[in-house]
Design a protein around this ligand. Structure first.
Ligand SMILES: Nc1ncnc2c1ncn2[C@@H]1O[C@H](COP(=O)(O)OP(=O)(O)OP(=O)(O)O)[C@@H](O)[C@H]1O
Length: 574
């Protein structure tokens, strides 16, 4: 059925062999930078021919994203790719005249779409938004369903006050388009979620929905940056198969963005490897050995694990936990105990309830108050004031990453130090901006300890540990601490929020999909820090959520335990 999409638009596609992307040999700069400035990419030479299947593989933070930004026209290519075709020759051939007129715009960039799992789709502006809202009663403003977000014309007119987007000119879908849509939502496992509010979708469900939405907009070229991140083991081959079928049918052509540590799908024929401002592009068999060589050279033996204490105090005691939304039961009769010093891998397919379970541990979930037996840090949940509870739990999650404020003026130091009290707004001034304490003011010793911890995480996880800040301060930790958080590339922002989670040595540390968007060097530095016993001590408990077993910093033989959610039920897997 997906091939039908190609037939549906077949008049747009001819046998033309004009390249899809053509950059003969050029340097790439930011707009406004002179040609004498250090280029972002030097001597970039890259041609994508029709029929080839490309993956862009990035070794560092942000470089892969920069190559995609080059294709989106956000950077200056010098010399500019020559006319008549320019950067996208296939759009200027006679056959593609149809494409242009059919979409009533001659802007070539309107035919190129990027879906990146590094950018922040649910927020706008620099302020914090409450990402825990999805756990409670859905507010009117958040009532937009997945179906309505895909087809604004399906928003009922009786909700004018919601100001939901409506497209009065939207055309009824043709029969064929309906069938293609049906095939896509089925293959992506979205059918039963179509009439749920968007905010209710889990992380992996949201990602799959974003890909479908992008396909429905009918771009000619779809750039997908790290599409497998956050997808469970079952969904990955299904998504890759859908992408292969679409790419073969040119409906749309697909370029994948992958991290060096990601497996390359077998249908990919060509690779552009982005490493330290250079792009090596060519057939997969020629370029992949270079990628593997760099990864092997960079990898060092992992630090030996500092073993956690055997039977520490009970931090979490759950008995008979249930979470329901209307008639939809997400968690059923969960029993789980977490002790000091334990390392857990929380497993389960997309939508199985992992994030919901974490929200009970942080107290952010309203249903955490109404559970029969949810004891946290030795007390029943309702007897723990929420701000105090949040200072006992350190969290890194995709939702928190998206929601974290990007205010101008917030330095890296400030962002890290918000981790002490579990808040989002920097408190205190200058070098001493290390929070104010939750239940009582801080003593001088505590302020000094907090400053020492800030420097400790900045040294261990800062640019010196992963080879240098790409476009700012090199490997200088002090200069990095002063940088504006909002200006950092996405991978570096993630690293800073990991520092935030580790800075306060909270008794319970929750790391949800912590490696996505990070470069190879960053992942290595963070793993070393966690394993060495400095990142997390034997008095702390850690819960890691990832769909990639090899991403858990500890192995089962090193003591990690597994708790699996399946069909709403939870079990310890030994
Ligand atoms: N307000 C709501 N109404 C209905 N269903 C909801 C609501 N909020 C969450 N859900 C459902 O609860 C389920 C669990 O979501 P959760 O985010 O905990 O999954 P997850 O295991 O973390 O998934 P992922 O691996 O994709 O991150 C999902 O199927 C989601 O659609």
């Amino acid at each position: 059925m997906l091939h039908a999409r190609a037939r549906c638009y077949s008049k747009f596609y001819t046998t033309s062999r004009a390249p899809i992307v053509h950059i003969p040999k050029a340097n790439v700069f930011r707009f406004g930078d002179p040609n004498t400035a250090a280029p972002i990419f030097r001597s970039l030479q890259w041609t994508v021919h029709e029929g080839d299947a490309w993956a862009v593989i990035g070794s560092g933070s942000g470089e892969k994203a920069m190559l995609f930004r080059t294709l989106l026209g956000h950077l200056r290519i010098s010399p500019a790719p020559p006319p008549p075709g320019g950067l996208f020759p296939f759009l200027s051939t006679s056959s593609t005249e149809d494409i242009r007129t059919s979409t009533s715009t001659s802007d070539p960039y309107s035919h190129i779409a990027l879906v990146s799992f590094s950018h922040r789709p649910r927020t706008s502006g620099g302020g914090f938004y409450d990402f825990t809202a999805r756990y409670g009663a859905v507010r009117d403003l958040d009532r937009l369903t997945l179906r309505q977000s895909m087809f604004p014309e399906t928003v009922p007119p009786e909700f004018p006050e919601l100001e939901l987007p409506r497209d009065e000119n939207a055309k009824e879908m043709s029969e064929l388009e309906k069938q293609v849509f049906g095939a896509l939502v089925d293959r992506m496992g979205l059918r039963e979620l179509l009439d749920l509010p968007l905010v209710a979708l889990s992380n992996g469900q949201t990602r799959r929905a974003r890909i479908v939405k992008a396909i429905l907009r009918k771009p000619e070229l779809l750039l997908l940056d790290e599409p497998l991140t956050g997808l469970d083991v079952q969904s990955r081959p299904r998504l890759l198969e859908v992408l292969r079928a679409l790419h073969t049918a040119r409906a749309p052509r697909v370029v994948l963005g992958l991290r060096t540590q990601d497996p390359v799908p077998e249908w990919v024929t060509h690779v552009a490897f982005v490493n330290n401002g250079r792009v090596v592009a060519g057939p997969k068999e020629e370029v992949l050995p270079a990628v593997e060589h760099i990864v092997a050279t960079a990898s060092t033996k992992e630090a030996p694990v500092v073993r956690a204490s055997e039977r520490g105090e009970l931090l979490v005691d759950m008995k008979g936990i249930n979470v329901k939304y209307g008639t939809r039961t997400v968690l059923k009769d969960i029993n789980w105990q977490i002790r000091q010093g334990e390392r857990w891998h929380l497993q389960g397919t997309n939508g199985s309830g992992k994030t919901t379970l974490l929200a009970l541990l942080t107290g952010a979930h309203p249903q955490s108050y109404t559970q029969p037996h949810l004891h946290l840090h030795g007390r029943p949940r309702p007897r723990l004031p929420t701000p105090y509870l949040q200072s006992l739990v350190a969290l890194f999650s995709p939702e928190l990453f998206d929601a974290f404020p990007r205010r101008t003026g917030m330095r890296v130091w400030d962002a890290v130090a918000t981790g002490f009290d579990g808040g989002f707004v920097p408190l205190g001034r200058g070098k001493e901006a290390v929070g104010v304490g939750v239940m009582r003011p801080l003593s001088e010793e505590e302020v000094a300890w907090r400053m020492w911890r800030c420097w400790a995480v900045l040294e261990a996880l800062g640019p010196g540990a992963w080879g240098g800040d790409a476009d700012g301060t090199g490997v200088d930790t002090k200069a990095f601490a002063e940088r504006a958080f909002v200006d950092l590339p996405v991978g570096e922002q993630r690293m800073v929020l990991l520092m935030r989670a580790l800075v306060g040595r909270a008794p319970l540390v929750l790391l949800d999909e912590v490696w996505s968007g990070m470069g190879e060097g960053m992942v290595r530095a963070a793993r070393q820090y966690l394993r060495s016993g400095e990142g997390v001590g034997p008095e702390q408990a850690v819960v890691v959520i990832t769909h990639w077993e090899e991403e858990v910093p500890w192995t089962v033989t090193e003591g990690v335990r597994r708790f699996r959610l399946d069909g709403g039920f939870g079990m310890v897997v030994d």
